[in-house]
Design a protein around this ligand. Sequence first.
Ligand code: GLN
Length: 495
Amino acid sequence: MSGELHQMGVAALASALRERKLSAVEAAQHHLARIRQHQDLGSFVALDEDAALARARDADALLAAGNAPALAGVPIAHKDIFATTDFPTTAGSRILAGYRSPFDATVVRKLAEAGAVTLGKLSCDEFAMGSANENVAVPAVGFDHAVPVRNPWDTTRIPGGSSGGSAAAVAARLVPAATGTDTGGSIRQPASFCGVTGIKPTYGRASRYGMVAFASSLDQAGPLARSAEDCALLLSAMCGPDPERDSTSLDKPAEDFSRSLGASLEGLRIGVPKEFLGDGVAPGVRAAIEAALAEYEKLGARRVEVSLPLTELSIPVYYVLAAAEASSNLSRFDGVKFGHRASNYRDLADMYAKTREEGFGDEVKRRIMIGTYVLSHGYYDAYYLQAQKVRRMIADDFQQAFAHCDLIAGPAAPTVAWKLGEHGGDPVADYLADIFTLPGSLAGLPGMSLPVGFDGGMPVGLQLIGNYFGEAKLLNAAHRFQQATDWHQRTPEGY
Ligand code: GLN
């Protein structure tokens, strides 16, 4: 069956493994060969066949004993922002070159405990700062230099970011599922651009321990896979309290999200914020979203109009707050404790300065400068504090909207994936593309993207936003849509 192995999703692979129709070692070898075959996508930054095969043999032993956990033998890969003992951890940055973590991130550990076999690490924007996976400073597997990740639907286009390696690898069937992180949209937007399904849970549901910190009040881990059913399997393994290691992890027990799949959508109220379908949305994207909403009505859902009046303000608010938190989080990279250190310096201050000058890329430096500025004496009230207040108002607007609906729907992004280099290094052009994912992030709400059509041959993702702890409802709504349609099964040509 190895010919179609990579066409199987997580659920199908897990049951084939359990029924001993294939071994975990075979599954790992098949996917490792595919990763090598398609390494020109630039989606992987680390592979370790020996480590992966050793874990696969462990999974086979559990499977043979008949008491294997849910994901035993299922190959996955992690965004290179999760600390891993089996692979280097770079967060896409030169400053972490050569860094090997002495511990696994909680999410990595939990997925390993569920039996998943990690094949390698996936490219991402440096410190998860970006919307295109063009801000990468470490070499991809098969390259001796850093490359942007390519979108398998059109390799002249970006895959989205910052979890672009994860989305591209899943879309190209290099792995059935991958982890990502979402601070302002980095799971939902690349899922949308690559035609895969991805979910970011409620802030605090998945532990941030071992996730290289970008903006701690926003960062959340989540899975990317081909279907909501597969995402449910991974998310069930990833979530759960971690009180000793992440003080913001919520005291909410792990949940089996797969069990809630299948409920009828009869009477479900889907709120469509009028700000999400305005002039800035590409006509082809709007058409695909409208068609998806019509499909939901056929499935029994009711469409209601809601409003999120501060949607536009989410961009400045996010880029003030995320930069402020980043400037603080990234102060730990000083050449002493981790990774790169400048080789020529006069004294301690010069060592810090040169290490950071050499180690950080342009976008990271830009955010550190903005963050330092908005936190500085005299500007704190005008920018940081003001942004915090608007953040609260954005969260309140969602609660007003949820008084009239069960889920919120709209595009994950205003356009499909753009061409590599198209934004010409203009960071603001990238920032503006985050407009529909940022509001939910600022409110800490769960959100997902699922493929619902194409615009000019490129995938379009529908974003669904739930109220706090609404993951099961979101996954069920996506699953019912995927039972009725086949957008999520479309594969880019050549993969
Ligand atoms: N594109 C956004 C940024 O650059 C979001 C990134 C993310 O979610 N990690 O900050």
